[in-house]
Ligand binder design. Structure first.
Ligand SMILES: Cc1cc2nc3c(=O)[nH]c(=O)nc-3n(C[C@H](O)[C@H](O)[C@H](O)COP(=O)(O)O)c2cc1C
Length: 191
C-alpha cells in the first residue's frame, strides 16, 4: 500500500476483533511514529502502550474519571462511547509531551510557543502511527475523549507532562464508509 492509498483507505475504527496485534507489527507501528518530523527535532513525545491485563485497569480509571466529571456537573461529551471503544481495542497508546504543562495551567508566552510547536509535532507522530497501522491492516481510533478522565489517567499512567491524546489499535471488525470532507474550494485559497 502506498502512502496515498493508506491516506484514502484509513477510517476511524470503533469495533475491533478479539485478535491481538503481533509484537513485530506493533513495534513497526511505533517505529513509524518515532520517524515523525518535530520542531527543532525535539521529538517531544512519550508513548505509553497499554495492553493485556492492564487494559481492565485503564478502563476502570477512564470510567471513574468520567463519573467524577459527571458528579461535578461537567459535560462529558461522547466519552462513554469512546470508553466502550477502548474496552474493545487490544492496544491503546497514550501520547504525552513530557515538557508540556496541563492545558488549563497558565503558560508564559515562551511556554505557549513551545507548546504549540510540540503539539503539532505530536500530531505528526500520531498521524504516522495511524498510517503505519493502516498499511499493516490494523485499525485505529484517535481519541481526545481521554481528556474527560485527564488527571485520573495521568496519575494511573504515572506521567507528569501534558497528555495530548490516545489511540486505540486493533484488527478492524467494521468497514465504515468515508466521512465527508470539505471541498478544496472551501478550505484552500490561492493568492
Ligand atoms: C484530535 C482528534 C480527536 C478525536 N477524538 C475522538 C474521540 O475521543 N472519540 C471518537 O470516537 N473519535 C475521535 N476522533 C475521530 C474523529 O471523530 C474522526 O477522525 C472524524 O469523524 C473523521 O472520520 P475518519 O477518521 O473516519 O475519517 C478524533 C479525531 C481527532 C483527529
Amino acid at each position: 500500500m502506498n502512502t496515498l492509498e493508506a491516506i484514502a483507505a484509513r477510517r476511524s475504527i470503533r469495533k475491533f476483533k478479539d485478535a491481538l496485534i503481533e509484537e513485530e507489527k506493533l513495534r513497526a507501528i511505533l517505529l513509524a511514529a518515532a520517524q515523525a518530523p518535530s520542531g527543532k527535532n525535539r521529538q517531544p513525545w512519550r508513548l505509553i502502550v497499554v495492553k493485556g491485563e492492564k487494559r481492565a485497569d485503564m478502563i476502570r480509571i477512564m470510567k471513574e474519571g468520567i463519573a467524577a466529571a459527571k458528579s461535578r456537573g461537567e459535560d462529558t461529551g461522547s466519552s462513554d462511547w469512546t470508553a466502550k471503544v477502548m474496552e474493545r481495542a487490544p492496544v491503546t497508546v497514550f501520547f504525552f509531551n513530557p515538557q508540556g504543562l496541563r492545558p488549563w495551567q497558565a503558560h508564559t508566552t515562551g511556554q505557549m510557543f513551545d507548546d504549540v510547536v510540540d503539539i503539532q509535532s505530536i500530531g505528526a507522530c500520531i498521524q504516522n502511527l495511524l498510517l503505519a497501522a493502516q498499511d499493516l491492516g490494523i485499525g485505529s481510533l484517535w481519541m481526545c475523549d481521554v481528556f474527560y478522565a485527564y488527571e485520573e489517567l495521568c496519575a494511573w499512567l504515572g506521567e507528569k507532562g501534558e497528555m495530548i491524546a490516545a489511540v486505540a489499535l486493533g484488527y478492524p471488525a467494521e468497514t465504515p464508509p468515508a466521512r465527508p470532507r470539505k471541498p478544496l474550494s472551501e478550505i484552500v485559497r490561492e493568492m
